[in-house]
Design a protein around this ligand. Structure first.
Ligand code: F3S
Length: 397
């Protein structure tokens, strides 16, 4: 790879041990993927924050990078942790796990990372602009940044994202390059999409149609999509199709740069309905955990839940997961008080997938296709997949 004098100096150790290590990671990655140079990044999102995923080996790596003088050079935020950092006891988290999770966050904080712990960093201050090069981990956020914002990122892993934070660089390959952002297949949607669940089901259908081919789709036939619909769709298409970028004419900003590819696959209403049905294997009576907030909720969604819960009482454990800054606004607006009076919880910093709750519940009710996938695969829960307002109704039933 051709490095600038500043990049070469980082590799030679002029900026300290951790920066050298970080540059070594990036040069190795760039060499593997055939990158010719580095690009400067303006924003980083680091995943692999939950101690449940990191374990001692991951924590030791972070502590070493912090100890070695590593310091974030660009705005860097964190993916969800394994617990609500301020209020973990009511979630049934044990004290040893909590102490270890705190050590993880302290290591990041020492490196100047903003410890907001959210998979929707774009809703809480880490909002890259069109065309900016960034280095994000977290598949749903990567897909949102590339597709909806028009920023440019590969799907980073935890170490490569941290390395980008400490150097302000990432290797120029993949989605950083124009030629890899071109669509290769057209997906013609012949269905009405309104709820997050419709968009989640669409992501699952596209995954099945593309059969593991990692191609950029242009998705036509979608007339309207809210921020919340797109956030749900990004999580689903990233989970079920491994997609990091799609175009949607009239909705995503880069779509107009390209014409629709000749290869076309069609998606019918029946296929969307069947995919939605396939995400439910629990009977309503089996649900003992209800959760909204995968990906983390927008303020508008929290407000809607408060409206639906006002003056009522939930009958099941109900986690409303969001970023801490969103919860702070919810506190200020009185939404938190309404939600807590109804017996539900606003849970910050974590979610029902990354928290260590494997086997603790029988069945999860959610509007998230991604949460259904991981609830079954990781946590061994059954799932009930239903529209947003119906999930709230299920908590009250
Ligand atoms: Fe976010 Fe957790 Fe879902 S990290 S996308 S809420 S699985």
């Amino acid at each position: 790879m051709k490095l600038t004098p500043e990049e070469q100096a980082m590799l030679d150790g002029a900026a300290g041990w951790s920066t050298r290590k970080a540059m070594e990671i990036l040069v190795t990655l760039g060499t593997i993927y055939g990158a010719e140079r580095m690009v400067e990044v303006t924003s980083v999102q680091v995943a692999g924050v939950s101690y449940d995923n990191l374990g001692e080996a991951g924590l030791a790596f972070l502590a070493e990078m912090a100890e070695g003088g590593g310091r974030a050079r660009v705005l860097t935020t964190l993916n969800p942790a394994g617990m609500d950092v301020e209020d973990w006891r009511p979630l049934g988290i044990d004290a040893t796990f909590a102490a270890n999770q705190q050590r993880v966050l302290e290591a990041f904080a020492r490196m100047g990372v903003v410890t907001t712990c959210s998979c929707t960093p774009y809703l809480v201050g880490n909002l890259p602009r069109y065309g900016e090069h960034i280095a994000w981990a977290e598949s749903s956020a990567v897909c949102y940044a590339n597709s909806v914002l028009g920023a440019r990122t590969n799907r980073e892993g935890g170490p490569s994202a941290l390395a980008a934070a400490l150097t302000g660089r990432t290797p120029a390959y993949g989605y950083h390059l124009d030629e890899n952002r071109r669509p290769e297949v057209t997906v013609q949607v012949n269905a009405r999409l309104e709820e997050n669940t419709d968009f989640g089901a669409l992501g699952k259908v596209i995954g099945a149609k593309l059969e593991g081919r990692k191609v950029v789709p242009t998705i036509v036939g979608v007339e309207r999509a809210s921020l919340e619909n797109l956030k749900s769709f990004c999580a689903s298409i990233a989970t079920y199709a491994g997609a990091a970028l799609f175009h949607m004419p009239g909705i995503t900003p880069e779509a107009e740069r390209f014409s629709c590819p000749a290869e076309t696959v069609a998606v019918s209403q029946d296929e969307i309905d069947a995919a939605a049905r396939s995400l439910s294997d629990a009977e309503p009576g089996e649900v003992d955990l209800v959760s909204l907030g995968c990906p983390h909720l927008s303020l508008r969604e929290v407000a809607r839940i408060a409206e639906l819960l006002e003056g009522k009482q939930v009958t099941k454990e109900f986690w409303i997961t969001t970023a801490r800054p969103t919860k702070q606004i919810a506190d200020m607006m009185g939404y938190t008080q309404i939600i807590e009076a109804a017996g539900a919880r606003i849970v910050a910093d974590t979610c029902c997938v990354v928290a260590p709750i494997r086997g603790r519940f029988t069945a999860l009710a959610t509007d998230s296709a991604k949460a259904c996938y991981y609830a079954r695969a990781k946590n061994r829960f059954k799932t009930l997949f239903m529209p947003f307002d119906e999930v709230v109704a299920e908590a009250l039933r």
